[in-house]
Structures are given as structure tokens and as C-alpha cells.
Write a protein that binds this ligand. Structure first.
Ligand SMILES: [Zn+2]
Length: 286
């Protein structure tokens, strides 16, 4: 599976915390086409001593007034539309359902990874520009936290930021839908202490962000649930990227299994790497 027209050689950058476009993977911190670089041995995540999220508390942050209107009309058809309501319901299932059980083997330093909770969501303004940077997203989160529009952060809280259709995101010189489909990160102070964990989910308006490994086309909603599951699993096991569970050759837990799909109840999600199974695994019953 290739993405025509994309120059892979320009992608040599820190890809530690992104979902690469379908057909690509993170190898040694770089985004590479699948099959382009040999993987030394089987993947194995090792713990680097940093924080984990033991009982995740997900809060949806819908940036822009477009989210107030999206998905209001219609619904009920076989293809679920992207809406705040539909994504909120998914986030509830993701946080509190069988998906978190996959991650339980990655306990460390007394932290036991368990099922968590969905805290709620907010539509926040002002409307984003057509292109926003990671710095813009951090500034928005910091401001909305200061305003009290978001619940205060604690070490279990992960803000899941959804961008509206038509807004692309720039992170580390790379653009969403050109190089990546989502990422997660932490706001960390000078002393290395985190003050917020967040994941960023641009609208998946491109084929490279809406296709399973087997070539199956995903609706925008299914693409968002897949990429959200990837980022949430990575944030739980490696909230400050590279300091938790990580594999120097293959990246984070979700990178090893990028675009391998599974079901969580009625939702399309991504499989995650299991050291215990030596394979990518989905939730029980999926
Ligand atoms: Zn990833």
C-alpha cells in the first residue's frame, strides 16, 4: 500500500507519538513505509521509568463552533456520522470497557492499569484557523483550563482534542493527512513535571487516515475511533512520549500495530501490541 505523491524521504523526523498514514509505520523514531526498513527481532516494549495513566479519565475537547452543528441532522443510517454525541459515547466505551483490559499487562512501579471513566466534553472556542500548530493547541488547552472550561488536570486525565473538518494540524513540521493522522503528547514544565496530557485528532478527510491494513475503507467516524484508540492506548502506557513503555525500533504500543483493526462492541478500533502474546491483540469479544 503506497500513498502516491508523498515524498517519504522528507519525513525524517521525530515520529514518536503519531499515528502514521496507512501503509507507513514508525521505525526508530522515523515514519517509514511499511516494509521499507527491516525490523530487528520481534517487537518488545520496555519500561523507561516515567509515569503511566492508571485509571484514565477521558475528556472530549471539540474545538470550534462547527461541532455544535455537526451530526445534528440525519443519523440512523448504516454509516455513523461524526458528531460530538457519537464520539462522546465512544469515549465512554473506550475508557470504561474491555479495551483497557488489553493494557493491564503494562503495570509498573505500583501503577495498575485499569478501566477508567469518561468525564464529559466541551465545545471550545474561538474557532480554529484552517491550519493550527501544536503550539496553538497547547495554548488553547492552557487557556481553557485557566477559564475553567475543562476539568482540572490530574495524572489520570487525558484531554482528547477533536478538530473540525477543514482544519489541518502542524506538528514538528509535519501536516495532518500528509504525514500523520493523530498524536498525543504532554505539556511538561521546566522541571519535567507534566501539567496536562492530551491527544489530537484532526478530521480524517484523506484516504491515508481512513483505511485499514487490509485495504478496507473506513468512514470518517470509524477512522476517528480507530485513531483515537491508538492514541489513548499510547497515552495510557507512555503519557510523556518515550518515558513509559517504548520500543526503540518500533515506537509506542500503537505504532507496532498501526491500522490493524479490531472491534470494541460496535466500534472499529486498533489492535495494540502485547508483549505477553508477542502479537497485536484486540479487546476480548472483539
Ligand atoms: Zn502512535
Amino acid at each position: 500500500m503506497t500513498n502516491a505523491g508523498l515524498d517519504i524521504s522528507e519525513w525524517a523526523r521525530d515520529g514518536v507519538n503519531i499515528v502514521p498514514l496507512q501503509g507507513h509505520r514508525v521505525v526508530g523514531g522515523k515514519v517509514m513505509p511499511i516494509g521499507a526498513a527491516p525490523v530487528a527481532g520481534v517487537a518488545r516494549l520496555t519500561y523507561r521509568g516515567g509515569p503511566l495513566i492508571a485509571r484514565v479519565r477521558l475528556f472530549g475537547v471539540y474545538w470550534g463552533s462547527a461541532w455544535r452543528a455537526m451530526g445534528r441532522a440525519g443519523g440512523g443510517g448504516p454509516v455513523r456520522e461524526v458528531s460530538r454525541q457519537a464520539l462522546d459515547t465512544f469515549l465512554g466505551d473506550l475508557a470504561a470497557g474491555a479495551y483497557m483490559d488489553i493494557l493491564a499487562e503494562y503495570d509498573a512501579q505500583g501503577a495498575t492499569i485499569q478501566r477508567g471513566t469518561f468525564l464529559g466534553s466541551a465545545v471550545v472556542g474561538p474557532d480554529p484557523a484552517a491550519r493550527v500548530s501544536d503550539d496553538d493547541i497547547r495554548a488553547m488547552l492552557t487557556q481553557r483550563l485557566a477559564d475553567g472550561e475543562l476539568p482540572p488536570w490530574d495524572a489520570n486525565t487525558l484531554y482528547v482534542v477533536y478538530l473540525p473538518q477543514g482544519t489541518s494540524v502542524e506538528q514538528g513540521g509535519a501536516l495532518s493527512c500528509r504525514v500523520f493522522c493523530g498524536y498525543h503528547d504532554a505539556i511538561v514544565d521546566q522541571g519535567g513535571n507534566p501539567s496536562a496530557y492530551y491527544a489530537v485528532l484532526p478530521y480524517p478527510g484523506c484516504a491515508g487516515c481512513a483505511q485499514g491494513m487490509d485495504g478496507m475503507q473506513l468512514s470518517p467516524f470509524d477512522a476517528l475511533t480507530t485513531t483515537t484508540s491508538h492514541e489513548v492506548a499510547e497515552a495510557v502506557t507512555d503519557p510523556v512520549p518515550g518515558t513509559g513503555w517504548y520500543d526503540d525500533q518500533n515506537g509506542e504500543i500503537g505504532d507496532i500495530c498501526a491500522w490493524q483493526l479490531a472491534m470494541l462492541d460496535s466500534y472499529v478500533v486498533q489492535k495494540e501490541w502485547s508483549n505477553a502474546a508477542g502479537d497485536c491483540v484486540g479487546p476480548a469479544g472483539g
